[in-house]
Design a binder for this molecule. Structure first.
Ligand code: NAG
Ligand code: NAG
Ligand code: NAG
Ligand code: NAG
Ligand code: NAG
Ligand code: NAG
Length: 683
């Protein structure tokens, strides 16, 4: 931790008056107060903490815990002179990293706020919407002299003025935001493209608040820790703080919970008066402690045991013996390396969460095993637990754990986050976020209905999840099993891609002569069956099939009239007959945007092209879907006014995608497999 207070001292009275004046004005202009906390240190922390605020051993400052109706404050201890430059409030800049951990998935509250106020104490302040700063009688009064930037996860105090639950607001003297925006950031290089920030689900989030005292503009920028500072702020508002603040203000944070609750953490904070705050060093920031079900600490147990009398000890042994007998083999035998895996869960907790893997809690059966819904008792969070049963001891468990530990660090709004894992004898358990609306295939085929708008958004979501896996994380992750049943749909009908990277786990410890082709029939790229090596391009192929599947509402391979109808061939056939729209899902009943449909079908064919080198990268795919670039097949056609599909089809055919070629390749791939989902690398 670095904590510095810079001020300049003038200790000379021998200067001439003019020099002194010059020096003084320079001094006043440049007088800077600054401090930087890359994490917080319990032993010498000088911040003024109040309410529920504590410093966790990891160095994270926790403003509130998950109890209801609690308030937490943390303020810089010294007042900040805001009017040293004259009648106008000084410029300032602050950077901080926070993390909000909701008490149950997507149901946290209320929020935290960066606050400038005449005092670090708020007597009579209320929790909930009042954020631990205001109360119903003083809220809105200009005698408060409080400036606040709130990061809220529930609807604002005035539901109509802060519509979006997940929002950032600028509040003056009350909780009524004078300006607010859904939490998001601008993506560099793209035309005015905003990317949403999920304040409570996205891990650490950073914020910059910059006030220009000369032009009286306040800028607020909020973005995930994993990305660099966006090219422009989310909010840039003309606000004159000279009329709001008092001469000496206290800067800090306030957070509150209400009937919804979250733990609110600050991981680092820097501030500078009259200048740019030091950017925080993300490598030095603490991590939020994993809020797992409280686990009985082995050391504490040992210490306790030592203090007990021998008689009591014997009694305990007897008790443990009985327990052991009753829960035969539910105790875990840990190997050394398992002890330092932060994502490892206890089998006991998962067993409890899923009511002993009860049949009624089973929510699905996938290629790798059964999936159970569960509620982790200590935090009340819903999770999905995948149980992979193997008859033989899992090979290369250690490498496998390292891989899972690394997959567990992946965080993206279009991925089903892997929370952790657990090994029990030969079984492997993987713990994921629970996603309520089921999988895409069930919504497409099993009585569900999705509008075109929903379908298009789902496809875009899957594409950005895949792009993150392929290009935006520290390591390249090949999904290897992109298919509609691996796309889960959340409450807001957004797509979350699941099971990423899993297929690879079966490669460990396998005989190199076996081809480790893992995947699902209909989604396997032709070169994969030949070379047996998954790549980004084999993922793109499967994504292409998914595009066609969502547009046509048909599975990749349909068994009709005693033969297998291959979706790609069928779409190509419709195209050759001159009406590609014949392939569109009948359930949509022409309720779709024709240009988008053309784009999805065309892109689907391009991505599922038999030649990998013809397929676009996921980055390219996303550019097409967002309309930032035209699909190459379309570009010259659209300038002519209307797109002519027969021209598109002839171009596609010229690229080598003819019915006969693809049918042969398809039949080849189908011929080598017998079951509907296969994984020959598995023993
Ligand atoms: C806290 O700060 C003190 C003094 O700077 C230092 O000696 C100590 O190691 C720090 N502790 C942690 C946990 O960072
Ligand atoms: C949360 O903090 C409050 C105030 O410090 C305390 O009374 C309460 O017991 C804490 N709750 C938990 C679950 O730790
Ligand atoms: C204070 O602001 C006013 C109006 O915005 C401006 O005219 C004036 O020059 C400023 N004063 C100083 C000392 O910057
Ligand atoms: C809250 O804001 C609305 C407009 O958005 C305004 O009409 C109302 O008077 C404000 N309430 C207070 C207490 O400031
Ligand atoms: C909420 O905003 C509306 C107008 O947007 C205003 O009429 C109303 O008074 C506000 N409510 C409160 C409690 O401030
Ligand atoms: C605030 O944002 C605007 C727009 O991007 C920019 O021109 C201005 O320099 C920013 N001001 C500060 C103080 O960062």
């Amino acid at each position: 931790m670095k904590n510095c207070f810079h001020s300049t001292m003038i200790n000379s009275n021998t200067l001439s008056l003019s020099k002194l004046l010059l020096f003084c004005s320079l001094f006043l202009l440049s007088q800077s107060l600054e401090f930087t906390y890359n994490g917080f240190n319990n032993s010498n922390l000088d911040l003024d903490l109040a309410g529920a605020t504590i410093v966790k051993p990891s160095g994270a400052l926790r403003l509130t815990n998950k109890s209801h109706h609690v308030i937490g404050h943390a303020f810089y201890p010294d007042p900040i002179p805001m009017f040293n430059n004259g009648p106008n409030a000084s410029s300032f800049s602050t950077h901080f990293v926070f993390q909000i951990v909701p008490s149950s998935s997507n149901r946290g509250g209320y929020g935290l706020a960066f606050t400038l106020s005449p005092s670090p104490r708020f007597p009579d302040a209320e929790d909930g919407h009042y954020l631990g700063v205001f109360n119903p009688s003083n809220h809105g009064s200009s005698s408060n002299h409080i400036f606040m930037v709130e990061f809220d996860t529930v609807n604002g105090y005035n539901e109509t003025s802060d519509k979006d639950g997940n929002h950032v607001g600028i509040n003056i003297n009350g909780v009524n935001s004078s300006a607010s925006k859904p939490a998001s950031y601008y993506v560099e290089g793209t035309r005015a493209k905003e990317e949403e920030v999920n304040l409570e689900g996205e891990g650490p989030i950073q914020a910059w608040i910059e006030y220009d005292g000369l032009n009286k503009v306040i800028n607020v920028t909020v973005f995930p820790l994993r990305v660099s500072k966006p090219p422009r702020p989310l909010m840039s508002e003309s606000i004159d703080l000279s009329h709001v603040l008092v001469k000496n203000v206290y800067a800090g944070f306030s957070a509150a919970t209400g009937h919804d609750s979250s733990s609110h953490y600050i991981l680092g904070w820097s501030f500078r008066l009259n200048g740019n705050a030091d950017p925080l060093d993300s490598s030095r920031l603490p991590v939020v402690p994993v809020e797992k079900p409280s686990s009985s600490n082995v050391k504490v147990k040992r210490a306790l045991l030592a203090t007990f009398s021998v008689g009591l000890f014997i009694l305990l042994v007897a008790l443990v013996g009985i327990l052991f007998y009753r829960r035969v083999m539910r105790f875990e035998v840990l190997e050394d390396w398992e002890l330092d895996c932060p994502h490892r869960f206890k089998y006991k907790d998962l067993y409890k969460a899923t009511k002993g893997f009860k049949e009624s809690e089973k929510i699905g059966v996938g290629g790798f095993g059964a999936v159970y819904r569960g509620v982790l008792p200590a935090i009340g969070a819903e999770v999905a637990v995948k149980k992979i049963i193997s008859n033989n001891p899992l090979q290369g468990m250690r490498e496998f754990a390292a891989e899972i530990e690394s997959l567990g660090r992946l965080r993206h709004k279009n991925l089903v986050n892997l929370q952790g894992w657990c090994k029990n004898k030969n079984d492997l358990l993987l713990v994921y976020d629970y996603v309520p609306n089921g999988s895409l295939d069930s919504l497409l085929y099993k009585g569900g209905f999705l509008t075109w708008e929903q379908r298009f958004n789902i496809l875009k979501g899957v594409a950005s999840g895949l792009l993150y896996l392929h290009e935006e994380w520290d390591q390249v992750v090949i999904h290897r099993d992109v298919k509609s049943s691996n796309v889960l749909i959340d409450r807001d009908m957004k797509a979350k891609l699941g099971d990423f990277g899993l297929a690879r786990l079966y490669d460990h410890g396998k005989n190199s002569h076996t081809t480790n082709v893992v995947g699902t029939i209909g989604y396997i790229a032709p070169e994969l069956t030949r070379i047996g090596k998954a790549s980004k391009m084999t993922d793109v192929f499967a994504y292409g099939i998914l595009l066609l599947e969502v547009a046509c509402g048909r599975a990749p391979v349909v068994h009709e009239m005693d033969q297998n109808v291959i979706l790609v061939d069928w779409v190509v056939e419709c195209m050759q007959k001159g009406n590609i729209f014949d392939a569109v899902d009948e359930k949509l009943d022409s309720m779709y945007v024709a240009e988008e449909m053309e784009l999805v079908l065309g892109l689907g064919l391009l991505c599922s092209h038999p030649k990998p080198e013809v397929r676009p990268s996921m980055r390219q795919v996303l550019k097409y879907l967002n309309g930032d670039e035209l699909l190459p097949l379309f570009d010259r056609l659209s300038s002519a006014g209307s797109r002519r599909l027969d021209e598109i089809s002839s171009r596609l055919l010229a690229l080598g995608l003819s019915g006969s070629i693809s049918t042969t390749t398809w039949h080849q791939s189908v011929g080598t497999m017998s079951s509907s989902s296969f994984d020959s690398g598995r023993s």
